[in-house]
Design a protein around this ligand. Structure first.
Ligand SMILES: [Zn+2]
Length: 75
């Protein structure tokens, strides 16, 4: 359990279970969750970029050319 507000830094009792900080009114329950989701999204994005680069590296040039051709043909 958090002992201080993540936003304004106000010391909170470990028995303080209300969702909002009494000083700044920030949503304690969601403050961390938002940050976590944001970090998760960043991580996923980084992983995806890695995967993309990996696939790009593993795909031979002639296949890439063919893929591009197929894509322009289907238009
Ligand atoms: Zn606060």
């Amino acid at each position: 359990m958090k002992s201080e507000c993540p936003k304004c830094g106000k010391k909170l009792s470990i028995f303080y279970f209300k969702p909002k900080c009494p000083q700044c009114g920030c949503e304690l329950a969601y403050y961390d969750m938002d940050k976590m989701l944001e970090e998760d999204a960043k991580k996923a994005e980084a992983e995806f970029a890695k995967l993309d680069a990996f696939i790009d590296k593993m795909t031979p040039k002639f296949i890439k050319k063919k893929m591009k051709k197929d894509m322009s043909d289907s238009k």
